[in-house]
Design a protein around this ligand. Structure first.
Ligand SMILES: [Cu+2]
Length: 338
């Protein structure tokens, strides 16, 4: 290797280290990510609600709602290449937490094929005082996943201990592609994560085996931690352009039913195409005008902005699990301008 090439390679390695990414053989990467647990307050419809979120900073952890998204590369089929995620829950950032037997926290990689020891489920032996969770996704696993705490899940998920986990295509040089899968039909110009959430404030103050947990009555509804109650104050915004492909990753971290749609300012539903469901590419993409998203489900969709400028509103209407009725203040809006 020429000296100039060696210096370049060294610089690339330093830059990769700075980003928390270490390249190993054949350009596959080991992605080291650390999360801690920290509390945060949000004002929802004028009321203060305390959340626990996955964040960064260890002992002085600043929680985030949702936790920052984590991306892991998946390579073309037959390349023999894989990224490995080492996701560490810091032992130095484990408060707040509940009293025993629901003490501590874990990270569960929802939808990922991992060994039991990497699964973060206390009932099957996972440590609750900090651990490292390893996942090596393969080509066919391109798509969207979730990470969340699996200690007393009914409480800790509600407290906001969740985030997006993305298996995203890379080329054999290790560069992320703007595609949902290695199928070029899934290419996009823009992508956003729509993390769905619902909030029952009673769950946020109850602990242990309180009877509160026997009845779920959410009153606040979120996309990626924001209320977005009107089209003029949306939870998500994207400045796109005309004739472009917008991909949205729909991530079901709510605890009720939900129906997603993309509408224009007059309420007319626009078509979008579903390419992946629950971390696998559909054998035939589905073009629809609405999509039910259940708790735990993930869909990756694409729509094309029209040839003339305007604004569309991706939105979800949250519905009661028992009777399917839409909740008051239960429609949360995003906004895409083009
Ligand atoms: Cu937890």
């Amino acid at each position: 290797m020429k000296l100039s090439a060696m210096i370049k390679a060294g610089m690339a390695g330093l830059l990769a280290l700075a980003a928390g990414v270490v390249f190993s053989a054949a350009n596959a990467a080991t992605i080291n990510v650390t999360r801690c647990v920290g509390s945060l307050n949000k004002t929802l419809s004028g009321q203060t609600v305390t959340f626990w979120g996955f964040g960064t900073g260890g002992m002085m952890c600043t929680g985030a709602l949702p936790g920052a998204a984590i991306e892991v590369g998946v390579y073309p089929a037959g390349s023999g290449m894989s990224d490995t995620l080492n996701l560490t829950l810091s032992i130095n950032g484990m408060t707040p937490q509940e009293n025993a037997p629901y003490n501590g926290h874990t990270i569960h990689l929802h939808g990922a094929d991992v060994a039991t020891a990497e699964d973060g489920v206390p009932e099957t032996g996972a440590a609750v005082g900090g651990d490292t969770y390893t996942w090596t996704p393969t080509s066919e696993m391109a798509g969207s996943y979730l990470y969340h705490c699996h200690v007393h899940t009914v409480k800790h998920l509600e407290m906001g201990m969740y985030g997006a986990l993305i298996a995203r295509p890379k080329n054999t040089s290790g560069v992320f592609l703007n595609q949902l899968t290695h199928n070029t039909a899934t290419a996009f110009d823009y992508v956003q994560n729509y993390v769905f959430g619902s909030v029952d404030p009673a769950y946020h103050t109850a602990t242990g085996d309180s009877t509160v947990f026997a009845d779920y009555n959410p009153v606040y509804f979120l996309i990626s931690g924001n209320q977005g109650l009107t089209t003029s104050a949306p939870a998500m915004t994207l400045a796109a352009a005309v004739n472009k492909k917008v991909a949205l990753r729909l991530l079901g971290l709510h605890s009720v039913n939900g129906t997603f749609a993309v509408k224009d300012g007059s309420g007319n539903a626009k078509s979008f195409t579903v390419y992946t469901q629950d971390g696998r590419e559909l054998s035939a993409p589905q073009t629809v005008t609405s999509l039910d998203v259940s708790p735990g489900q993930r869909f990756d969709i694409v729509f094309t902005t029209p040839a003339t400028t305007g604004t569309w509103y991706p939105q979800i209407t949250y519905k009661n699990l028992r009777n399917g009725t839409a909740y008051t203040n239960g429609t949360v809006y995003g906004r895409v301008t083009f």
